[in-house]
Design a protein. Structure first.
Lengths: 482, 482
C-alpha cells in the first residue's frame, strides 16, 4: 500500500476520535464580530495550537494581534521539495437568530451523517481536514512528503483585519509554492469542485438622521420625512426593473465572458432549480439575461444585510425614529475595483438622498475579485487528489463569495491559492443550523493526504517552470479565464 | 379666600412633598409593551391606589385584568351636582434607546424646572395633577364640590386592550356628565390649550419571507430577491412625490375644512418653524398644500415605526435574511374609518408585493378619529379653569395623536372628554429624555381644582340642557367642527 493509502486507513480506524476532536473545536464560540467572544477566540487558538503540537508540527506559535491571535505551525523536513501553505480560519459567524437553531450553535451534535454547529463547515471542519491529514501521514509514514506551513487566523469573518500586516511582516517565513484553502463548496457529496473564481466584496453602512430625537408618530406624523421611509425610498432606487444596479458607471469595468466559458458554466454548474432548492426559495430574482449561477458568480450584486431603526420589540410603539441605518454588501467581479465602486456608490447615494436628511456613509471592508489559473501545478495536484479522495475528478466552478486572503497571498507571496472545498450546498454557511457532512470530513482528509503526496510527485521543478512561463499572476489569470 | 384659592395655597405649601410623590410614581418602570415589566405595572397600580386612599377617596379598587390592573376610585358626596370622570394612564412607553437618556429613564431627577423620567409627562405627571387637586380641596374645604370618579388604566400605550370591556361592564358605575383627561400639550407654559380633535390610528405589521433560512450574501447574492430590499421597494410605493399616500381610495372620506376653520388654525396653531424646532428637524416634509400643523392634525399620515431584518450588530455579516418586517402606523381623520383603511391598505400591499415573496399582514390596533364640541358645558368649565390656573384663556387646537378612550367614553358612556393638557411641546413624549415642566404641574393642580369648582357653579341643569338640545354627540361634533 502507498503512503497515502496507509494514511487513509489510519483516519478510518481513528474515526471516533477525529469526530470527537472536531466537536471540541466547534464548541468554542469563536465569533469574531462580537467583542464579548474575545476570550473564546483566544481559547480556541490555544486549543488549535495544542492540537498542532500533538499532531507533530515542529514549530507552533500563537501570535497575538490587536484582535484574535494568529496560529502558525510548520514542519519543513523536505528540502528540494515544494512547500504548501495551508490557510484556514477558526473564527465563525455570529449565531443569530439563535431561536432558529434546532440545537444550540455551540453545543455541536451529530445527527445522522452530519455534525451540526456554528462553524462546523465554515471553516473549522474544512480546515481541520488538513490538520488530520498531516497526523495520518506522520503516524503512518513518519514524515510529510512536502514542506507544510499552516496559517490559521481568527478574523476571517470580519475582514481579516490583522492578517495583511502579519503576512507582509513574515513574507519570507511564509514563502511557499502553493497555498491551499478549504472554505468553499462542492456540488454534491460525490461531485468535487475546485473554485476558480471569487467575487470581490465591498461592505458599507449608510445612516440617515432627520430629527434630533425620536418623535411621537401621532404628534409629528405627516410633517417629518421618516428616516426609515427615506431610507426605503433610497434603497428602492438602487435596482431597476431588470434587476440591474442603477449606480452610474457600475458595470463599466465588468468583463464579459466568452461564449465558451458560459457554455462550460452551463454544463458544469448548478441549474436554476438546484440553486433555488439550496436557498429554500420558490422563485429566482436578479439581472435579466443571466442564469442564477451566472448572477451569483460572474455578475456583480448588491445586498442589504440589515436595516436598523425604530421600534422592533413586541407590540406597538408610535415613534418616528431619529435615525435609520442600513448595511450594504456588494459582490464584485473582474475588473471592478472595490475602491472605484465605493466612490461611485457614495456619489450616487448622495445624489438620491432627500434634502431633508443628514447622511453618513462608512466603508467597512473592501476586497478585490480573484481568479486562479487552471494550469498551475498546484491546481493539477488538487485535481489528482480529489480523484483519489472522492473517486471523481473535480469540475471548475465559480463562487459568488469573497476570500480576501486569496488576494493577499497573490499580492504579497506571489502564489495562487487552490480552493479545495469540502462543504455541501445545504451546509447553511452563515445561517442557523450550519452543519458539516462527516463523510466529506473523511474524504477531505484523504484528499488532503493525496494532495501533499501529489505535490511531492510533481516536484519543485514544475512550479519553477510554471512561474517562469506564466504572465504576472493576477493579470495572467484574468486574461486567461475571463 | 375662595375654596379654590385655599386649595392652591395648600398645594404651594406642600410643593416639595408633591414633587417627591410624583418622583415615586415615575420611578415605577411601568412599560406596558414589555412583558417583563408586568410586576412593575402591578406595583405601580398598588402605589397609585394607596395614594388615592391617602388623598381621601372613599372607594378605591385595584381591578385585575388579563393585562395590567385598572385602578378605580370615587368620592360621591355631592348629590344634585355634576359628576366628573377623571381618566389617566399609569403605563408608559418603552424607554429605548436607553443610551440616549442623559439620566436613567426610571430614576427620575429634577434638573432646573423640569422632572426628567419616562412617563413624567405621559401620563403620570399630568394625571397626578387631578389626584393632587382632590387632595388640596379635601384638606382645605373638607369635601369635593362635585362628584368625582377616577379611572386609571395601565395599557394605554398598547391600545387599552382591557379597558373597553371594563367600561362596558361598569357603564352604570362609571356614568358621569363629563370626562377629563390630561394627556395633551400646551403651546407654551403660559399658553394653555384645549385639544378639540384627535386623529384615529391604525397600526399594522407586514412581514415578507423569501427563502426558508438566512442565506450567505456572497453565495446567493444576485439571484434572490432580498426581503429587506423588497420591503424597501414596497415602502417606496406608499407615498408619491407630493407626500400623498398612493393607496387607492385612501382620501375618499377625508372631510375638507372650511376656510374659517383653516384661518383659525393658522392664527391659533403653531407655525411651521415652531413645529420644526420642537422636532429638532431642519426641514419639513409631507402633503403639498398644507401647513405642517395641518399635516399633523386635519390630514392623515402613515409612518414607519420600525423595520426589522438581517444583521444589526457590530461589524459585518454577509447575510440575505430569510425575513423582513415593518411596523406601520396610520393617523386618520374624520370621516376615515380605520377598518375601511385597513382593507384598502391590505389590498394595495398585496398588489405591490413582488411575486417572489410570501406576505403576512397583521393589524395591531385601530381607533376612530375624535372631535369635541366647544359649546359643551364641561368645555366651558375647562376654559374658565385654565384662565385661573394659568392666567390665560386656552386656545382650541387639534392634535395629531390618538386617544382611543375618548372614543370609548363617547360610544359607551355618551359623554365627551375635555382634553385638558399640561404637557409642553418639548417634553419629548415617547422619546429619550422625556420630562415634565414642574410649574405646569402646580398650575395644572390649580386648573383641576378650579375645573371642579366651575363644574359645581355651572350646575347639573346646563349639562341636561346641552344634552337635550344637541345632536347625537359624535355626528353633531363632526357636523359642527369639521
Amino acid at each position: 500500500m502507498s503512503v497515502g493509502s496507509n494514511g487513509v486507513v489510519y483516519a478510518r480506524s481513528h474515526r471516533a476520535r477525529f469526530v470527537a476532536e472536531l466537536i471540541e473545536f466547534v464548541r468554542f464560540a469563536s465569533v469574531s464580530a462580537e467583542p464579548k467572544h474575545a476570550g473564546d477566540l483566544r481559547n480556541c487558538a490555544a486549543w488549535l495550537a495544542a492540537q498542532l503540537r500533538k499532531v507533530g508540527f515542529d514549530r507552533v506559535e500563537v501570535v497575538p494581534t490587536r484582535g484574535a491571535p494568529i496560529v502558525y505551525a510548520d514542519r519543513l523536513h523536505a528540502p528540494g521539495r515544494p512547500t504548501a501553505l495551508v490557510y484556514g480560519h477558526y473564527d465563525v459567524q455570529p449565531a443569530d437568530p439563535i431561536r432558529e437553531w434546532q440545537s444550540p450553535p455551540f453545543e455541536p451534535v451529530v445527527r445522522g451523517d452530519n455534525l451540526f454547529g456554528r462553524g462546523a463547515a465554515d471553516d473549522k471542519g474544512q480546515m481541520f481536514t488538513h490538520v488530520k491529514a498531516a497526523e495520518c501521514l506522520l503516524r503512518t509514514a513518519g514524515s510529510l512528503p512536502v514542506n507544510v506551513k499552516c496559517l490559521f487566523e481568527g478574523e476571517e469573518e470580519i475582514g481579516s483585519t490583522n492578517l495583511p500586516a502579519f503576512v507582509r511582516r513574515h513574507r519570507r517565513a511564509l514563502a511557499a509554492d502553493i497555498a491551499v484553502l478549504s472554505d468553499t463548496r462542492m456540488l454534491a457529496a460525490d461531485r468535487p469542485v475546485i473554485t476558480e473564481s471569487l467575487r470581490g466584496a465591498l461592505s458599507l453602512e449608510v445612516e440617515l438622521r432627520e430629527s434630533a430625537h425620536d418623535l411621537h408618530s401621532g404628534n409629528f406624523g405627516g410633517c417629518i420625512h421618516n428616516p426609515l421611509q427615506a431610507l426605503s425610498e433610497m434603497i428602492a432606487r438602487l435596482h431597476d426593473r431588470d434587476g440591474r444596479l442603477m449606480i452610474p458607471g457600475f458595470y463599466d469595468r465588468v468583463r464579459p465572458l466568452t461564449r465558451e466559458e458560459r457554455a462550460y458554466m452551463a454544463e458544469a454548474g448548478p441549474s436554476d432549480a438546484e440553486i433555488l432548492s439550496d436557498a429554500g426559495a420558490e422563485r429566482g430574482w436578479g439581472e435579466r439575461g443571466y442564469s442564477l449561477y451566472e448572477r451569483t458568480t460572474i455578475r456583480p450584486a448588491l445586498n442589504v444585510n440589515g436595516i436598523s431603526g425604530g421600534y422592533q420589540g413586541p407590540g406597538v410603539k408610535a415613534v418616528i425614529p431619529a435615525r435609520a441605518s442600513v448595511k450594504f454588501n456588494f459582490r464584485l467581479v473582474p475588473d471592478q475595483d472595490p475602491h472605484d465602486i465605493d466612490r461611485l456608490f457614495r456619489a450616487y447615494v448622495r445624489r438620491i438622498a432627500p434634502p431633508t436628511v443628514r447622511l453618513a456613509i462608512r466603508t467597512d471592508l473592501a476586497t478585490q475579485p480573484a481568479v486562479v489559473d487552471r494550469n498551475h501545478p498546484g491546481v493539477s495536484a488538487a485535481v489528482e487528489a480529489y480523484k483519489k479522495g472522492f473517486g471523481n475528478a473535480p469540475v471548475f466552478l465559480r463562487s459568488g463569495g469573497s476570500i480576501p486572503v486569496v488576494n493577499l497571498f497573490q499580492e504579497i507571496l506571489a502564489i495562487p491559492t487552490v480552493l479545495m472545498g469540502f462543504a455541501l450546498p445545504d451546509d447553511r454557511l452563515h445561517a442557523p443550523n450550519e452543519k458539516f457532512h462527516l463523510p466529506n470530513f473523511f474524504n477531505g482528509i484523504a484528499t488532503s493526504t493525496h494532495f501533499l503526496m501529489e505535490l511531492a510527485r510533481i516536484g519543485l521543478g514544475a512550479f519553477h517552470d510554471h512561474r517562469a512561463t506564466s504572465f504576472p499572476l493576477q493579470a495572467a489569470t484574468m486574461e486567461v479565464v475571463l
